[in-house]
Design a protein around this ligand. Structure first.
Ligand SMILES: Nc1nc2c(ncn2[C@@H]2O[C@H](COP(=O)(O)OP(=O)(O)OP(=O)(O)O)[C@@H](O)[C@H]2O)c(=O)[nH]1
Length: 232
């Protein structure tokens, strides 16, 4: 079953209905809750669905189906007394399942997670293409991007050495995480990846110098929209 997307996105598309709403969402969602959109990008089969499910549902999803378009999950966190809702867009890796959706993935995104499979060199070699795709969709440079190597439980059979991944991450100035959506011992590490992003976004205090023509006052800090925000 599918549900229509909300009108405030200004488009009509479908999401799968397996969205997982953290229990805390119902209890704590309030006008003060800040919502951040995070997209998870990478080749098919690298574990994007399993990673987002591990974070939002706390479990390893057995037998996931290939994502068609986008799966939508969310989890609300309470950070230093403030509610932060992370809206995770788990995107399709297969071109045929994503092409009509790509514009929607990147619109108003707050952070991007690029995923590769540590046992699959070609999924790692695809990363520059995924990163360039973001550039082509005008994602502002200040939107945080991170790199995640998944399936570390299979690391013995690994094809992508950490040193190689670190070089790529350094080249782009992205943080690198290696983890496993499958290994229960890595559950907290997966949480930590998303928490790192949440804190970064939470601590973002957008400022803009108001122009004299707007108010008569000068140098007053006010909220600005995402396009001009710095998340650093
Ligand atoms: N060993 C191991 N397998 C994993 C892990 N994460 C995912 N998998 C397996 O990898 C396969 C693909 O996982 P998905 O999460 O569906 O991959 P995806 O990137 O979302 O794939 P698309 O939806 O096609 O883009 C499944 O068989 C999962 O069980 C992991 O951390 N370790």
């Amino acid at each position: 079953m599918a549900i229509e997307s909300r009108a405030d996105h200004g488009f009509s598309t479908v999401f799968k209905s397996d969205s997982i709403i953290n229990e805390s969402y119902k209890e704590h969602d309030s006008p003060q809750t800040r919502v951040f959109k995070i997209i998870v990008i990478g080749d098919s089969n690298v574990g994007k669905t399993c990673l987002s499910y591990r974070f939002c549902g706390g479990k390893f999803l057995k037998n996931p189906e290939a994502t068609i378009g986008v799966d939508f999950r969310e989890r609300t966190l309470s950070l230093d007394g403030e509610n932060i809702k992370l809206q995770i867009w788990d995107t399709a890796g297969q071109e045929r399942f994503r092409k009509s959706m790509v514009e929607h993935y990147y619109r108003n995104v707050h952070a991007i997670i690029f995923v590769y499979d540590v046992t699959n060199l070609s999924s790692f070699e695809s990363l520059p293409e995924w990163i360039e795709e973001c550039g082509r969709h005008s994602v502002p440079a200040m939107v945080p991007r991170i790199l995640v190597g998944n399936k570390c439980d299979l690391k013995g059979r690994g094809e992508v050495p950490t040193s190689l991944a670190q070089r790529l991450a350094d080249g782009y100035n992205f943080p690198l995480f290696e983890t496993s959506a499958k290994d229960p011992a890595e559950k907290e590490h997966v949480d930590a990846i998303f928490l790192t992003i949440a804190y970064k976004l939470k601590n973002h205090k957008p400022l803009r110098l108001k122009q004299p023509s707007e108010s008569g006052a000068t140098n007053l800090p006010v909220e600005q929209d995402q396009e001009n925000s710095c998340f650093c």
